[in-house]
Design a protein around this ligand. Structure first.
Ligand code: NAP
Length: 489
C-alpha cells in the first residue's frame, strides 16, 4: 500500500508546465486544466494548457535547432538516450506511482511499463550508431550510387493515455537517435508521465529545443496548424483509427511522412490441439494486460468446439479470481477504466452481446464505489455478429466465440477492418505456419500472449496503421533516403 504522502510527493515533483525550447513555461494564455485520478474521480493537480501560440513557439525552437541537431555525433545522441534509460530505471518506483495515479493501472503493471518504456531508449541508444547507407556501381558501369540516410526533420508526436510513458519513448527514442527534433503532444488524461520524461531527457543532456512537450485540452488547435505549416516534416501518431484518419488528411496538405499506430481488434485463436493451460495463460495476458485497455488486447477469443467449454470454465475461474481496486493497493490486479464514458461503452457492448444470446460466465457489470471500475467478465457463446466483434472493447471483457474448422476461424478472424495483432494457440506445426501466414495482421503471437518488445517491429496493416515502431526498422520512420549519383568515374 502506498502512503498518501508519497502520492502527493510524486505529483508535486512534476513540473506542471509546458516544456518549450528547453524551458518550463506557463501557457501563453495562462490557462491550466485538471488531471484526474480515475480510481477516485478526484483531481490530482492542474497542468498548463497549451494553445496555438505555444505550439508555434515549440515549432520555432524545433526548426531553429534541427540543422545543429542533425549534425550532432550519433554516439552522443545515443549516450543521451542511454543516460535517460538509466534515469528512468533509477526512478522506476516513483514514475510507476505517478502513472498509476493518472492512468489507473496497478503499480506492478506501471513498473513494467516504465521498464518497457526505458527499454525503447536503450534500444535506440544502440541504433543511433548503426544508421547505414550504401554504395554500388550502376548496371552499365558508368556511374556510382552513394546512398545516405538523413533525419526527416522536425516531427510531431501524438500519444494516447493507455501507455503514457512507453508510447512516448517509442517515438522519442528513434527521433533522437535519427537526429530529428520533435514536439510531443501527450493525451490530456495523462500529461504527467510525459512531463516527467521531458525532465529526465533534459537531465540526461538533451540540448534545448530538441524536444518540446505540450499538454493541452485542444489537441486539434495545437497540432493541426503545425501539420499545415510546412516546417513540420513528419507526424507519428498512436491512437484511434478515427483520429488517425483525420491526421492523414491534414498531413496530405504538406505531404508529410506519417507513422500511424491505430486501433486493434485482435482475434485470439485456440485450436483443439493447443496446450490448454498455456492458452488460458496467454488469454489472461492478451486480455488483461493494462485492464484490457490495450490496442493489442484480445478482443475476440475464437475457441474450437472440442475444448470451448473447458476453456471457458478455466478462463472464468481465473478472471473471477482477479482483485479489482485502486492500483496503489497491495495485491490489486485490475484498476479502473480511464473514465465514465469508457465504462459506459464497455457495458453497452456486454449488453448487446447478451441480448444476442451470449452467456455471462463471470462479471458482467461495473464495480461499486467511486472510480470507473468494471468487473473482469467472460462471455461464452458470443454470436459473431455481436457489436463487440467489430468494436474495440478496451476493457476487461473476454468474449468467447466457438468455431468448428480452421477455415471458418481464419475467415472470422480476418473479418474486420483492423489488422494489428492476432494470437494463435496450436501444437500443430503446419497449422501454425498456415494460420500465421493467413492472418491479415502486422503481428502474430504464436503460443504467446504478448508481442510488445522494443527489439521487434510493432505495427499493423489495414485500418490499424502505417509504419513500424521498434526493431531495426523503427529508426527508418525518422530517416529519409538520399541517393547521390556519381558520374565521370
Ligand atoms: P485518441 O482519442 O485517438 O487519442 C490519441 C491522441 O490523439 C491523444 O493525445 C488525443 O488528445 C489526440 N487527439 C484527439 N483528437 C485529435 C485531433 N483532432 N488532432 C490531433 N490529436 C488529437 O485515442 P485514445 O482514446 O487516447 O487511445 C486509445 C486508442 O489508441 C485505441 O484505439 C487504441 O487501440 C489505440 N492505440 C494504438 C496503439 C498502437 O500501437 N497501434 C497503441 C496504443 C493505443 P486528447 O487526449 O486531448 O483527446
Amino acid at each position: 500500500m502506498v502512503l498518501a504522502g508519497h502520492e502527493e510527493r510524486v505529483v508535486e515533483q512534476v513540473a506542471k508546465r509546458l516544456f518549450i525550447g528547453g524551458e518550463w513555461r506557463d501557457a501563453a494564455s495562462g490557462g491550466t486544466f485538471k488531471v484526474e485520478d480515475p480510481s477516485t474521480g478526484s483531481v490530482l493537480c492542474e497542468v498548463a494548457n497549451a494553445g496555438t501560440d505555444d505550439a508555434f513557439a515549440a515549432l520555432d525552437a524545433a526548426v531553429r535547432i534541427q540543422p545543429t541537431w542533425a549534425k550532432h555525433a550519433p554516439r552522443e545522441r545515443g549516450e543521451i538516450l542511454r543516460r535517460a534509460y538509466e534515469l528512468l530505471m533509477q526512478r522506476q518506483e516513483d514514475l510507476a506511482l505517478l502513472m498509476t495515479l493518472e492512468m489507473g493501472k496497478p503499480l506492478a503493471e506501471a513498473k513494467g511499463e516504465i521498464a518497457y518504456a526505458a527499454d525503447f531508449l536503450r534500444w535506440f541508444s544502440e541504433e543511433a550508431v548503426r544508421i547505414e547507407g550504401g554504395f554500388s556501381i550502376s548496371p552499365n558501369g558508368q556511374a556510382r550510387f552513394l546512398i545516405m540516410q538523413q533525419p526527416v526533420g522536425p516531427s510531431m508526436l501524438i500519444t494516447p493515455w493507455n501507455f503514457p510513458m512507453a508510447m512516448g519513448t517509442r517515438k522519442i527514442g528513434p527521433a533522437i537517435a535519427a537526429g530529428c527534433t520533435s514536439i510531443l503532444k501527450p493525451a490530456q488524461q495523462t500529461p504527467l508521465s510525459a512531463l516527467a520524461l521531458a525532465d529526465i531527457l533534459r537531465e540526461a543532456g538533451l540540448p534545448e529545443g530538441v524536444l518540446s512537450v505540450l499538454p493541452t485540452t485542444d489537441a486539434g488547435g495545437v497540432t493541426e496548424p503545425l501539420l499545415r505549416d510546412g516546417r513540420i516534416r513528419k507526424v507519428s501518431f498512436t491512437g484511434s483509427t478515427t483520429v488517425g484518419r483525420k491526421l492523414l488528411e491534414q498531413s496530405a496538405d504538406q505531404v508529410l511522412r506519417t507513422s500511424m499506430e491505430l486501433g486493434g481488434n485482435a482475434p485470439f485463436l485456440v485450436f483443439d490441439d493447443a496446450d490448454l493451460d498455456a492458452a488460458v495463460d496467454g488469454a489472461m495476458q492478451a486480455k488483461m494486460r493494462n485492464i484490457g485497455e490495450a490496442c493489442t488486447a484480445a478482443n475476440r477469443i475464437y475457441v474450437q468446439a472440442g475444448i470451448a467449454p473447458r476453456f471457458a470454465e478455466r478462463l472464468s475461474e481465473r478472471m473471477g479470481a482477479l482483485t479489482v481496486g485502486r492500483g496503489t493497493e497491495e495485491g490489486v490486479q485490475v484498476g479502473p477504466l480511464i473514465d465514465g464514458k469508457a465504462r459506459e461503452k464497455v457495458q453497452h457492448l456486454v449488453d448487446d452481446a447478451v441480448n444476442r444470446g451470449a452467456r455471462v460466465m463471470v462479471g458482467g457489470g461495473p464495480d461499486e464505489g467511486a472510480g470507473y471500475f468494471y468487473r473482469p467478465t467472460v462471455l461464452a457463446d458470443v454470436p459473431q455478429e455481436s457489436e463487440l466483434s467489430s468494436t474495440e472493447i478496451f476493457g476487461p471483457v473476454a468474449p468467447i466465440i466457438t468455431f468448428e474448422t480452421e477455415e471458418e476461424a481464419l475467415a472470422d478472424a480476418n473479418d474486420t477492418e483492423y489488422g494489428l495483432v492476432s494470437y494463435v494457440y496450436t501444437r500443430d506445426l503446419n497449422r501454425a505456419f498456415r494460420v500465421s501466414e493467413g492472418l491479415e495482421t502486422g503481428m502474430v503471437g504464436l503460443n504467446q500472449g504478448i508481442v510488445s518488445n522494443p527489439a521487434a517491429p510493432f505495427g499493423g496493416v489495414k485500418h490499424s496503421g502505417l509504419g513500424r515502431e521498434g526493431g531495426q526498422v523503427g529508426i527508418d520512420e525518422f530517416l529519409e533516403t538520399k541517393y547521390v549519383g556519381i558520374g565521370g568515374v
